[in-house]
Design a protein around this ligand. Structure first.
Ligand SMILES: [Zn+2]
Length: 306
C-alpha cells in the first residue's frame, strides 16, 4: 500500500523510524506544478519530508516547510496537516533557465541568502498568538541535509533523512534518536542502536529507495532488529481553498481595488497557487461581495499568498 506513513520504534525505545511512499498524492501535487525535473525532485523530497515530520505533531495544526531561495527557485513550500493532508507550491524567478541536473545549492542558494524555515501553525490559535517559526540558512547540498541541519540547531534532535523523488514516486525514510528520559536505555546502548541504524540506512542507494517498497526496505535494513510497528496512516492531497475564501480575500482587498480590476479585465480571476483551481468573479459577483454589511471575518487566508 502506498500513500501511507509507517512508524516504527526500536525495541529499546531509543530510536524512531518512519517511512513514507507517495504516488497518488505526489501525482496530484505535480498536476498543478509541472516544473522541470530538477525542481520537481526538490519539491517531491520536501513533500515526503513534510509527512515524516508532521507525523509527530502533538496537536491539530499545520506544519509548513519552506525553502526560500535567491536563485532561479524563489520558494518551495509544503503544508502538511497533522491528519497528513498536504498541499505544495513552487515559485520560480521569471525567465529562469533551469539545467536538468542543477543541484540544490545552485538552484536555491547561489547568493548565500537562501533560508529554510519551519512554521508550526496550530489549527485553533488564540487571538494574537503567532505561529511558531524557526529559520536557518540553507546548508548542505540536499533537502535532507538542510532539514537535518535545522533539526540539529533548532530542535536539538538527532534526525537523519533519506529522501528521493521521481516523476511518479516521492519516498522518504527518517531516523530520529529519541531524547533520553527516565527509564530509557543507558547512553552507550542508545549510541550503539543509533549508530547501527544510521550505518545500515546509509547503505541505501537512491535507486533502491525509488524502486523497492518501503516495507521491504525496512525489512532488508533491520531484519536483525526487533521493531515495534504502529498502524500506518493514510496521506492524501488536500487544498482547503474555496470560492467563499477567495470572496473573503477580495473583500479584504477592498472595493476600489476590485473595481479597478473589473474595469481593466472585465472580471477578477484568482488562481490557487497550491491546487491550480481558478475562481472567476464577474462584475455582478463582485457587486454582491460588497453588498453585504458584514465585514470579512478574520482568519481567512488568501489562497494565493502564504
Ligand atoms: Zn487550492
Amino acid at each position: 500500500m502506498t500513500d501511507q506513513l509507517h512508524k516504527y520504534l526500536f525495541e529499546n525505545k531509543t530510536v524512531r523510524a518512519e517511512t513514507v511512499d507517495l504516488q497518488e498524492t505526489w501525482l496530484h501535487v505535480q498536476r498543478s506544478h509541472p516544473y522541470p525535473p530538477a525542481v520537481s525532485r526538490l519539491l517531491g523530497e520536501l513533500v515526503a519530508a513534510s509527512v515524516l515530520l508532521s507525523a509527530n505533531l502533538k496537536y491539530d495544526g499545520t506544519l509548513l516547510l519552506q525553502l526560500q531561495g535567491d536563485g532561479d527557485v524563489l520558494l518551495i513550500v509544503v503544508g502538511c496537516r497533522s491528519d497528513l493532508r498536504l498541499r505544495a507550491t513552487v515559485k520560480l524567478r521569471e525567465g529562469a533557465q533551469l539545467a536538468p541536473d542543477a543541484g540544490f545549492q545552485e538552484l536555491l542558494n547561489p547568493g548565500g541568502k537562501g533560508r529554510f524555515s519551519v512554521i508550526l501553525d496550530p489549527a485553533h490559535r488564540k487571538p494574537g498568538q503567532a505561529p511558531y517559526q524557526g529559520v536557518v540558512p540553507l546548508q548542505g547540498d540536499s533537502v535532507a541535509a538542510a532539514l537535518e541541519h535545522y533539526m540539529e540547531t533548532s530542535e536539538q534532535l538527532h534526525t537523519r533523512l533519506w529522501l528521493q523523488a521521481s516523476s511518479d514516486r516521492a519516498v522518504g525514510l527518517l531516523l530520529q534518536r529519541l531524547p533520553q528520559t527516565g527509564g530509557a536505555a543507558p547512553r552507550q546502548e542508545t549510541d550503539e542502536t543509533w549508530n547501527r541504524a544510521v550505518r545500515l540506512a546509509n547503505t541505501l542507494t537512491p535507486n533502491e529507495l525509488l524502486t523497492v517498497s518501503t516495507d521491504t526496505l525496512i525489512h532488508r535494513l533491520y531484519w536483525e532488529e526487533t521493531l515495534i510497528a504502529f498502524d500506518p496512516k493514510p496521506v492524501r492531497f488536500h487544498c482547503p481553498c474555496t470560492r467563499d475564501r477567495v470572496g473573503h480575500m477580495l473583500r479584504t482587498l477592498g472595493r476600489s481595488e476590485v473595481d479597478d480590476i473589473i474595469a481593466e479585465q472585465g472580471q477578477v480571476e484568482v488562481k490557487c497557487d497550491y491546487c491550480g483551481e481558478t475562481y472567476v468573479f464577474d462584475a455582478v459577483d463582485c457587486a454582491e461581495l460588497f453588498a453585504t454589511d458584514t465585514p470579512p471575518s478574520a482568519g481567512h487566508q488568501s489562497p494565493s499568498t502564504h
